[in-house]
Write a protein that binds this ligand. Structure first.
Ligand code: F6R
Length: 242
């Protein structure tokens, strides 16, 4: 695992460089997209490179990590809508190129299985962007998640719902209780993992991710076994590293 400690603004550029390098080598790349605040500066940087430097996503495809269950189709915090607004609508991805788990499906387990099949049919994810929860989750694989898990329904922890209440007017009660999330094994199948973390609130999770024993109680620790994982952190997030 490669750990890079750099100022927050530099982290987004490094992640964007990795995406651009792949796109340049192979325009039909399959990207893995995260939501939350950590990747927003990466999306800003990629949108800037698209607008100012002609970086094209026209032949790329993308798969989202996760989705809340039950949020209305037009809810601004539905991850599908967040990704459209923060990234897809700002670049030249083709219509239908971005896929996400269907949190409004009548048959949620079937939707999860279909999503896994879609990723496999696309040939897997080339580069997966990740954030990390303060409890060590990646995607919404909360503590206790099976290290062999695939896309499935999960219950969000109180900690994650409190962390995400800021996106729901500060009300934890407005944050859905369930989500669909790629599993840890799904994420581990991606060929390159790029995780971003900034701020002191992430310091313990980053310490566990990099230096802790591999454990389902800190799900991100599974990344220690990935052959190509890059962890991009600022000084505050790195403050508990030895
Ligand atoms: C979101 C996701 C989550 C977030 C994590 C960190 O798609 O998969 O794992 O990456 O909760 O969220 P932020 O970046 O908002 O601190």
């Amino acid at each position: 695992m490669e750990v890079v400690i750099a100022p927050a603004g530099e982290l987004a550029r490094l992640a964007a460089d990795a995406v651009q390098g792949l796109l340049t080598a192979r325009p039909g790349v399959v990207l893995g997209l995260a939501t939350g605040s950590s990747p927003l500066a990466v999306y800003d940087e990629l949108a800037r490179r698209h607008a100012e430097e002609g970086l094209s996503f026209a032949r790329a495809r993308a798969f989202m990590l996760d989705e809340y269950v039950g949020l209305a189709a037009d809810h601004p915090q539905r991850y599908r809508n967040v990704i459209d607004k923060e990234f897809a609508a700002r670049v030249d991805l083709a219509p239908g190129a971005v896929r996400g788990p269907d949190g409004l499906a009548e048959d949620l387990p079937a939707a999860c299985a279909a999503y896994e099949a879609d990723i496999a049919q696309a040939g897997g994810v080339d580069l997966q962007l990740l954030g990390i929860g303060t409890d060590g989750h990646i995607a919404f694989n909360e503590p206790g998640s099976s290290l062999a898990s695939r896309t499935r329904i999960k219950t969000l922890t109180r900690q994650t719902r409190e962390d995400n209440a800021r996106f729901f007017g500060g009300s934890v009660e407005q944050v859905p209780r369930h989500c669909l999330t790629q599993g840890l094994a799904t994420i581990m199948s991606a060929r390159h993992l790029v995780l971003l973390a900034s701020g002191r609130a992430k310091a313990e999770a980053v310490h566990q991710l990099v230096e802790g024993p591999i454990s389902a109680m800190w799900p991100a620790t599974i990344m220690q076994t990935h052959p190509h994982a890059t962890v991009l952190v600022d000084d505050a997030a790195a403050s508990r590293l030895q």
